[in-house]
Design a protein around this ligand. Structure first.
Ligand code: FES
Length: 573
């Protein structure tokens, strides 16, 4: 039964014949709109994460006009609501510190304004989960408009990929294989257009996950930001949200346990970022789906990686789009998906991909020739990670997936930076590098420090990968035998806090284990000596963060934002 105009949420602001509604109408008139512009129409809040300092969203100033065009055409009333842009390259100490900030902002922007439905404009890493988390908690109809990937990078005719080639050529510079002049040319060629990172990093992973969850129009996440199809998608997104309001299509209808399984399988088949583990757990818990780390491991055991995309593979998102994009990939793994899940266009996922085809079997591999048969992400447990840790086996040197070696411990990022290239560091290719105090509370903000650099003297010997362990995260564009998200983290006394130089650490990815080979009595003695460091912040948002953030295996949400308790409606007086 479609909604009536009187049943619209915004009617409470605009409809009544009282003093307060007079104020809302007269102030809307002040902005140049008369009653025919909005009366009886769905008011669409467009959460725009544009800013002058987010290079991934530079086109959002234009795209928001295209979204508005769609909203007007469909008979809605668009209002743009700017939100913090979470610029991955610039915001310190880490945008992860502010993911929950944007989630709160999204929820409160929607709650406190006369909004009937929302378009969420995001793409740069944390913006996707943050906007979805906030809008899910608010519970109004919403649709996600992904920013789209930037075009391929270029250096002297060589294709450059965001992040991956930064690390690759940084190591080349450090070991003298390229010059400073070469490095500067790469600096100017690696990011050539609007749009988010174009490798299968966190941004591409999370926008694809949003599409697999049914939160975008079909195919939307793969369209390059600079393609005219992206502008058309923005307009279609604006049109569709108006109908979603009339149909009262609520997030709870879309965000089911089966939809989250679809998102996980999609991330795995894409060779997506380990960051998705944290974000999807947080998003699911907002939707009332009790997702745990173990579900990732279970699904990984029978999901092949078929997207040959960097950092795991060879190609970039622009190639993926030309190859058919996410719809083509989903069609190929359709047997692993719940195809009856509803999506924002009122069709099922299965209907949306029914006619999808792959046009390039190198980019989207057939099931008979996957990049990796299984284990896109593996969850490890053991006495070093009782609540879990993750690794991307496909991004690691195969010989390191079963490895025992002596630890070299760095207390902090600063300690790491000071000593990693010291010629006297007693390190060999067999060493296990350990970084602690890099987790949600320890850093704080759980930055992407998990791809610890290979010591310069080992690089010179040709060593390209080592086992590295931390309680931090890793950029989705990174690679290597990096064990991440160790929980509980060292800062709160997780076992990582007890490791000492020279202790043997045993990693066995096939057995899913990570253990410190030190006896229990010695560990108990070390624990008795351990003291928790003082908090980093005495006041402000940092204090709020440190008081309420949960551990990596729980999604790093704030404890008071989790769950599905209804968001209360504001009094209007
Ligand atoms: Fe925005 Fe990578 S910097 S997605």
């Amino acid at each position: 039964m479609p909604k009536t105009p009187e049943a619209l949420r915004s009617y409470r602001w605009y409809g009544p014949d009282n003093l307060r509604a007079f104020g809302h109408r007269s102030r809307t008139a002040q902005m140049g709109f008369d009653r025919s512009d909005y009366a009886g129409k769905p008011v669409i809040g467009i959460l725009n994460t544009w800013s002058d300092i987010n290079p991934c969203h530079t086109h959002f100033k234009q795209r928001v006009e295209e979204v508005k065009r769609g909203v007007w055409q469909a008979g809605g009333f668009p209002i743009e609501l700017p939100a913090i842009s979470l610029s991955e390259p610039f915001q310190k100490p880490s945008t992860m510190m502010y993911r929950n900030f944007l989630a709160m902002e999204a929820e409160e922007l929607l709650r406190s304004h006369p909004v009937d439905g929302a378009v969420l404009m995001g793409g740069c890493d944390k913006t996707t989960p943050a906007l979805v988390m906030g809008a899910t908690s608010m519970g109004l109809p919403f649709i996600f408009m992904p920013a789209g990937p930037m075009l391929r990078g270029n250096w002297r005719g060589e294709v450059l990929g965001s992040g991956s080639d930064t690390w690759k050529y940084w190591d080349a510079l450090r070991s003298g294989r390229i010059t400073s002049a070469d490095w500067q040319e790469i600096e100017e060629g690696i990011a050539r257009s609007p749009g988010h990172c174009m490798t299968m990093g966190t941004a591409s992973t999370m926008t694809s996950a949003a599409e697999a969850l049914g939160l975008t129009l079909p195919g939307a996440s793969s369209i390059p930001a600079a393609d005219s199809g992206h502008a058309r998608m923005a307009t279609q997104t604006g049109k569709r949200i108006v109908d979603m309001v009339w149909e009262d299509m609520l997030p709870a209808q879309l965000l089911t346990a089966a939809a989250f399984d679809n998102a996980i399988v999609t991330v795995l088949a894409l060779g997506g970022s380990t960051n998705a583990v944290i974000h999807l757990i947080a998003m699911a818990r907002r939707a009332g789906v009790p997702l745990t780390l173990d579900r990732f491991d279970e699904l990984a055991r029978h999901t092949p990686i078929i997207a040959d995309l960097r950092p795991a593979g060879r190609f970039l998102m622009e190639d993926f789009y030309y190859a058919g994009g996410l719809r083509a990939l989903l069609a190929r793994i359709g047997h692993l998906l719940s195809l009856d899940c509803l999506t924002v266009n009122a069709q099922t996922l299965g209907e949306n991909i029914a006619d999808a085809k792959s046009f390039n079997d190198e980019v989207i591999r057939p099931l008979s020739r996957p990049l990796l048969q299984q284990d896109g992400i593996a969850v490890l447990r053991g006495n070093l990670a009782p609540d879990g840790a993750v690794i991307k086996p496909g991004a690691a040197q195969a010989s390191l997936l079963r490895h025992t070696g002596p630890a070299i411990v760095f207390e902090s990022r600063a300690d790491l930076a000071a000593r990693i290239d010291d010629p006297s560091l007693p390190v060999s290719a067999d060493s296990v590098l350990v970084l602690r105090n890099a987790g949600p509370l320890g850093a704080p903000g759980m930055p992407e420090w998990g791809q610890l650099p290979i010591p310069r003297k080992l690089l010179a010997e040709g060593v390209s990968d080592m086992v590295r362990i931390s309680d931090s995260r890793m950029s989705g564009t990174s690679y290597g035998a990096c064990i991440l998200h160790v929980a509980p983290e060292s800062y709160i006394g997780g076992p990582l806090a007890l490791v000492r130089d020279g202790d043997l650490i045993a990693l066995d990815v096939p057995a899913r284990s990570l253990n410190l080979l030190v006896d229990d009595a010695e560990l108990a003695r070390r624990r008795a000596e351990w003291k928790r460091p003082p908090p980093h912040h005495g006041r402000g948002y940092g204090r709020l963060f440190e008081t309420h953030v949960t551990q990596a295996n729980e999604g790093c949400d704030f404890d008071f934002l989790e769950g599905t308790a209804p968001t209360s409606e504001p009094d209007i007086y």
